[in-house]
Design a protein around this ligand. Sequence first.
Ligand code: PLP
Length: 395
Amino acid sequence: MTQRQLFLQNLAQTSDFPLALEIEKAEGIYLYGKDRKYMDLISGIAVSNVGHRHPKVVEAIKNQVDKYMHLMVYGEYVQSPQLQLADALVKTLATFRTSSALSLDNVYFTNSGTEAVEGAMKLVKRFTKRIEIISCRNSYHGSTQGALSLGEEHFKRNYRPLLPSTKKIERNNFEDLNKITFRTAAVFFEPIGGESGIRPAEENYLKALQKRCFEVGALLVFDEVQSGFGRTGKFWAFEHYGILPDILLCAKGMGGGMPIGAFIAPMEIMSVFKDNPILGHITTFGGHPVSCAASLATLNTIFDEKMLDDVEKKSNLFKELLVHPKIKAVRGKGLMLAAEFQSFDVLKPIIDKGIERGVITDWFLYCDNSMRISPPLIITENEIREACEVILSCI
Ligand code: PLP
């Protein structure tokens, strides 16, 4: 049987039309198939921010594997890679304060973004003693039953019952802020909406959202699973706004290609997991030492190699070059971009042709008329020119 046949026969499929590209090797912004090279403009969906197999990340993984891999379930042993990563993450947040003047100094490591969402959902319920959780229309926070409860009807409908007491607000709609009340435990919010097709929040709106949450004692949770770790040109997307949430979630780009996520909160909040019952949230593999070592190398590499410095310039270059009567707009911040077309029917053949010509793009879960452009941050200006030429030729 061919690899492709095995893929279709033995691997659980989630659609009848998987991309099914066969990749043998990846490096930098490129994926290599048997007889062709692809430019990865989506980074495995906002994961490979520092590029595929960044040498510093690979080195950190190898060094850690030579010391130890899994030792014990979460939170029992003192494991250096976890501590160093937690310390580095907290340092990126040290100059900001939450609306209640606390600092985000406590990190709970998970295996994925969804698990960061799940953990944070439990945390806000336990801390506030409220059950209502609000999320934004067209937001995606993950696929397990808690995170899915915050998602859209289209994905939920056939998987009920899900969590009760969830509500939706419209991004950038000031009136909807009144839906946040004294019954609300938390608002889960992406400062820049990912799967809605890259929708930045307006600064005044985000300020008003934070104020409203503070007034009614609801916690503000920013889901930076997609927007964190430099994707938007700042290390955290919230830095564009200067608004620190009460709880911050990250994953995806965090691991430099390894699976890891985290929810980060003030110790005053996180400590509710410690009693009644003890072990309020547990995981076997969350914060795996090899993933933590990879993540620390990723974080350090972003700063050491000054990867954030020219993200805005690269973003502007995409916006400058992707001009065509069929492209209605290019929106987004940094290298978290969406190019909007008339419809999916117009966009899909362009994406397909792009892949045939060696440039991988995609669309969004909740926005199928827009092309996802989220390349590794290390893409060069020449590579951007080359990629845009291919996209324009496909149109
Ligand atoms: N939150 C956001 C904003 C996401 O974009 C995603 C995944 O796309 C998730 C959560 C879920 O993360 P994961 O797929 O790592 O579980």
